[in-house]
Ligand binder design. Sequence first.
Ligand SMILES: NC(=O)c1ccc[n+]([C@@H]2O[C@H](COP(=O)([O-])OP(=O)(O)OC[C@H]3O[C@@H](n4cnc5c(N)ncnc54)[C@H](O)[C@@H]3O)[C@@H](O)[C@H]2O)c1
Length: 252
Amino acid sequence: MRTYFDLTGRSALVTGAGAGIGAAVSEALAAAGASVLVTDISGDAAAAVAERINTAGGKADSAALDVSDRDAAVAAAAQAAALGEGNLHIVVNNAGVTSPAMFPKLTDETFRVTFDIHVMGTFHVTQAALPHMPTDGTGRVINVTSSAGITGTLGQVNYSAAKAGLIGFTKSLARELAAKNIMVNALAPLAATPMTETIRTNEKFAANMMNRIPLKRWAEADEVAGAFVFLASDAASYITGQVLPVDGGMVM
Ligand SMILES: NC(=O)c1ccc[n+]([C@@H]2O[C@H](COP(=O)([O-])OP(=O)(O)OC[C@H]3O[C@@H](n4cnc5c(N)ncnc54)[C@H](O)[C@@H]3O)[C@@H](O)[C@H]2O)c1
């Protein structure tokens, strides 16, 4: 019988995986059988997640990786490939920050930092990973965008521009890498993580969000992680260049 979601023998590199969605995705990929390099700008946070995976019977290693640092991305890609006997099958570009401000108050610095982490970070890590990626149809690049990049959001022109940039990145790279049989997709999640704490705990922001989410609740990070496993798996072998919202129906 054909198996669709078994990632045994595949290796993965997840960025920004010391907390939130990245940590949950690392655990979900490991539970599906992948060997995971858990990376984060905080090496300690990444190591703690890798230890949790190994204690639970999965296979993981960790590295400190600031995605705005190209050399560190090259080293991490090689480390992840070593976990997969020379192949790096799955790259999840998840690292992210927000730096909200209404437009007149946005500075060059906050605009640049947001771009450096989301867009340049995804560029560095994906380019570093590519020489290690197999061309047998198991290669996956999964970028993390946001509803902000699809519909826009108040006070986040910098973040929305970066996340919309990642959608263009995803679609163009999907066209290029189709020749190598590597699928490139993006996911637009919504989850209760440290990043969304301010929105969830401010009464006005929280009520506004609930009005926008048809399912009327926040997902925990592990609930959105399954969609990453899907895109990483053989079940998604004919899906490329797509943006999948996993957000309780907020974007439809
Ligand atoms: N949580 C949501 O509802 C939501 C919604 C839309 C999009 N996203 C996106 O999902 C991704 C994960 O978000 P989250 O909610 O888990 O955030 P989070 O803040 O909980 O975790 C982000 C992680 O990224 C790490 N990080 C920050 N800068 C980094 C850098 N330069 N290099 C490497 N790692 C770095 C942080 O240390 C942290 O561990 C982000 O790209 C975010 O924009 C999240």
